[in-house]
Design a protein around this ligand. Sequence first.
Ligand code: SAM
Length: 217
Amino acid sequence: MALRSNLDPAPNLLTVPDAAGKIKWTDIFGNNHAVELEIGSGKGTFILAVAQMHPQHNYIGMEWAKAYCDFAADRFRRHGLANARMVHAEALWWIRCHVPDNAVAAVHVYFPDPWPKSRHHKRRLIQPEFLREMHRILVPGGQVRVVTDHAEYFEWIRTVFAGQGVLAQIPFESPLPQEAGGVVGTNFEKKYALEGRSFYAIAAEKGMNGVTSAPAS
Ligand SMILES: C[S@@+](CC[C@H](N)C(=O)[O-])C[C@H]1O[C@@H](n2cnc3c(N)ncnc32)[C@H](O)[C@@H]1O
């Protein structure tokens, strides 16, 4: 699946040897600005927008489809983004291997694959162990943010969020300026908006003392 023929993703592609263990962000970005992750970046549209809006934040997108990963990294290069990288990997595995404790300001998950058949539900990204891993990597006050168009998956996600005791639910606020419209501005959001689909959003944060600051609701 080639999206363009003349891609040069290398400058914005982050490749970490499996044996390297946990990463120091300063080794990657040369600064200690806050780092945000996006899981399942697709063509990288979300990070492309927010990395330009917030040059004082660093962004890492994770995408297991190589063609999309390369396409997104190439876009970041063409826009001269020093604060954005793509990683070609299964996101949760990569996080477990390489992301240190208390190191991430936000995790964005926009339009995750819904795996609608019951026998495939175990493949869904949002599971109790996913939120425990988010709690491990988030800084105190750090957030996990999810948007989906899939009503049944959203009910699943709400149940998972409500059933854990480590992150406190908070209102979801769009990271985009109001005049931009939309919720998070990704490619799937734009496509589904044209089809008139509804969107469902949820967010939770790690307490400032590193434990849950309020009961999940
Ligand atoms: C429905 S698409 C949404 C893409 C983008 N977030 C958007 O809203 O336009 C889901 C994307 O997540 C990727 N993906 C799903 N699970 C993943 C995982 N565990 N690790 C990395 N990428 C994943 C898929 O390859 C796909 O590109």
